[in-house]
Design a protein around this ligand. Structure first.
Ligand code: S3P
Length: 184
């Protein structure tokens, strides 16, 4: 597996299983993985909800931009991004130049089911606090998803995910796809 010369970077919406998949991929190749949100937490000494609460989303996005560049330059084998880390085309292009970017793509219905079961993420908590209405929250979150989709879709590789697939199954499917991608 040492043939993976570029970092494999996982992108996709909140709740798509990026962190669990990165962890499984790391275990399969006996390598560490870097989760961008955990790395931000470690470097800032504050969790993502704390950063949103104390300093706001703009500040978080600034830190996220800075950290993603630093982490990719450190060339770990596997990186999982936060759902909003592909903030614009420039960031996306920069990440693609230095990595194999993989879009983890469960259906939105599955994603939303996972997100609503655990409303800890700041964007979900904020929407829920505003309306306390599942349909309204779903519509708003779906809009965010649809806005980001054109960025995710530019990843080198897309990996669909079914609800009963374990992170290990997803991880192995990604390795298969990466091997094929690299043999071109
Ligand atoms: C966010 C996704 C989160 C985290 C933050 C913002 C987003 O990461 O970075 O809450 O804007 O989609 P996950 O995708 O790992 O939940």
């Amino acid at each position: 597996m040492s043939k993976f010369i570029h970092p494999i970077v996982l992108c996709g919406f909140m709740g798509s299983g990026k962190t669990a998949t990165a962890k499984a991929m790391g275990a399969i190749i006996h390598s560490d993985y870097v989760d961008l949100d955990a790395e931000i937490w470690r470097r800032e000494g504050a969790s993502i909800p704390e950063i949103f609460k104390e300093y706001g989303e703009e500040y978080f996005r600034r830190i996220e931009r800075k950290t993603v560049i630093q982490v990719i330059n450190e060339s770990p084998k596997i990186i999982s991004l936060g759902g909003g880390a592909l903030q614009n085309q420039e960031i996306l292009d920069g990440i693609k130049e230095q990595s194999i970017l993989v879009f983890i793509r469960p259906d939105f219905e599955l994603i939303f089911k996972r997100l609503i079961a655990n409303k800890k993420r700041p964007l979900i908590a904020r929407e829920w606090a505003e309306s306390r209405n599942l349909e309204i929250v779903k519509e708003r979150i779906k809009n965010v998803y649809l806005t980001r989709l054109p960025l995710y879709e530019q990843a080198h590789i897309t990996q669909p995910v079914e609800s009963d697939w374990s992170p290990y199954q997803v991880a192995n499917k990604i390795f298969d796809q990466v091997s094929q991608f690299q043999s071109f």
